[in-house]
Write a protein of this length. Structure first.
Length: 108
């Protein structure tokens, strides 16, 4: 049976292999492609903007949106927004994170 303390400790698990790889906490032979940067595929919904150009949203990442004069620019803008949102979420989760917290990668 899990105690409250056990459940609480598990909530501190952060899934980012890059920070712990340098400390030797992650076996680089197991995660070679992940160490070069995490990649993911997301849905981009792109529409023409009434004022001209295009706007894009990503339904999987609330708050992620982009815009541009071309479809390619809107996609680049959306990609950057998604990256910034994830960076901010990880940084927010790490605030006050105990040094003994385990950080690992979970592939979905």
């Amino acid at each position: 049976m899990l105690t409250h303390a056990t459940r609480q400790a598990r909530s501190w698990l952060i899934f980012d292999v890059r920070q712990k790889a340098d400390a030797g906490a992650v076996d680089e032979a197991v995660f070679p492609s992940i160490l070069t940067g995490m990649k993911g595929k997301f849905t981009a919904i792109i529409e023409e903007a009434p004022e001209g150009g295009y706007w894009a949203i990503c339904p999987e990442v609330p708050g992620a949106n982009g815009q541009g004069e071309t479809v390619a620019e809107a996609k680049r803008s959306l990609r950057e927004a998604i990256r910034l949102i994830f960076e901010d979420r990880v940084a927010d989760a790490r605030r006050g994170l105990p040094k003994e917290a385990i950080q690992a990668v979970v592939a979905v």
